[in-house]
Design a protein around this ligand. Sequence first.
Ligand code: ATP
Ligand code: MG
Length: 576
Amino acid sequence: MKMSMLHCPTLKEAPKEAEVQSHRLLIRAGYMRKLAAGIYDFLPLGIRTLSKIKQIIREELDRAGAQEVLLPAVQPSELWMESGRWEQYGPELLRFKDRKGTMFCLGPTHEEVIVDLVRRDVRSYRQLPLNLYQIQTKFRDEIRPRAGLMRGREFIMKDAYSFDVDDDKARESYRKMHDAYHNIFRRCGLEFRAVDADPGNIGGTLSQEFQVLADTGEDSIVSCPACSYTANIEKAELVPPPPPSEVYEGNLEKIFTPNRRTVADVTDFLRIPATSLAKTLFFVADGKPVAALIRGDHELNEIKLKNALAATTVYLADDASVVDWTGAPSGFVGPVGLSGNVTLLVDPCVAAMPQCVTGANELDQHFVGVVPGRDFPLNRVVDLRLAKEGDPCPKCREPMAFFRGIEVGHIFFLGTKYSIPMKCTYLDERGNENPMVMGCYGIGVTRVMAAAVEQHNDDRGIRWPTPIAPFQVHLITLGTNDDDVVAASDMLYQKLLAQRVEVLLDDRDERPGAKLKDADLIGLPIQVICGKKSLEQGGVEVRTRVNGESRVVSLIQAADVIRAAVVESMAQWSNT
Ligand code: ATP
Ligand code: MG
């Protein structure tokens, strides 16, 4: 490809709203443009990188025995009603009517559609196992689209679904996909971890996320440096504290705490550490009031709360509801004497306090000397808090480390969550009807592209891992009005094409400085500079983008040397 023909509008400045490197660089280097919040156009270079990511995915999934299909983006509401998700999914699901008034949605994921496809045509155990995947545009009306491709509203996903006769076989399918995902992300040049995760909206029992390590990631991951335990912070199991070491026999006492609402206000006022206070947070879970009690220095994990309640929607209660339920505004509420209508969940760290300070359910009043189990019930003690730095590993008790990650893939063992309600069954050898056992497996294709840029860039631009670079070699002609230079670079260009090297020739009539800047910004792994100076030195300069190393190679040898460099840099990311 010649750059004079390529639609690659590079920019000096990134858009103001771009908060992360991948967003800034993909716009500046002419890979994409924004159409609306979370919705992007992909330009020719962007398409080439996406195609390469898709190709790697296809090769690895085909190798794992999966087959490609393409399902519609527009999905009828009836299917979502059958699975029960039409109600559950919330405003991320974009719903609309057709001209006859029939309700549809734009697919945020495809469990319903694939189950419907499979239940119609697969009837016998002989047709199983089956693993179908697609690479397609999804729409989720995300509340906060951010960071360019990282969290878009329209984005490209690979989703796969496995169908098996029983749990054991389904676990085998899950394991195969787990291994295929390792190969895919390695080949895309990513440094990643597979971490235990919460199944969220999709459901099921076992799930892992593939997290790319990057400071700009939205997810927090805990990882034990001593053993292999790694989990999303939402999921991280915590070691329960030992029971209280002493028994407090003093009385409960009400004290005046004027205007002291926050943990910091109250603990400063009473001169106690935050570990001596228990804070009470009120939620509405599927329409019902819930109080969650955690230690003053801890943070609540809403995912754990939601799972403990087996609720579909959980949100923080507003002030009016809190006053209604307790008689006091938030800041002065607590578990003592709470109405029986409110479900009280207590974190084990609170249950293990010999005594604590809580709100007194009265304006400007707190209780001190509150004894868990004596002054409020401990019927439901459940882990509710977020892991924090230094928490011991649930497996080996060493302190866990934290890092940030970008979730590029997520695999779920679904079991019969969809196959039972949607009657996706098969006949076994004896002619009995059984539900199929399912798994589902997603990869954010556009997010992989952004994650790769997050991990591979410097202050000059992108530094693509070779397997997903739009081209492998950037051949830059410096001095397009010098016949010798043009002849030499044309000859080398033709030779590289003949050797099947993917080469982008910068034949534009631009200043050398501008061309070299664009090359660094676009980020192809091997740069070849052909100019008057390099020819005087005996040939062309071959530079590696990742470390800036360069050498002059004679024109005669150049094509072979460049091809060998491409092969070598591809090998670095291969699976073998
Ligand atoms: P997240 O927690 O980031 O919202 P999710 O759990 O909703 O992700 P899945 O439903 O598992 O995501 O979707 C599969 C994959 O699709 C994710 O692992 C991620 O890589 C990608 N993905 C999900 N939402 C988005 C989005 N809004 N923009 C880009 N990619 C996304
Ligand atoms: Mg999501």
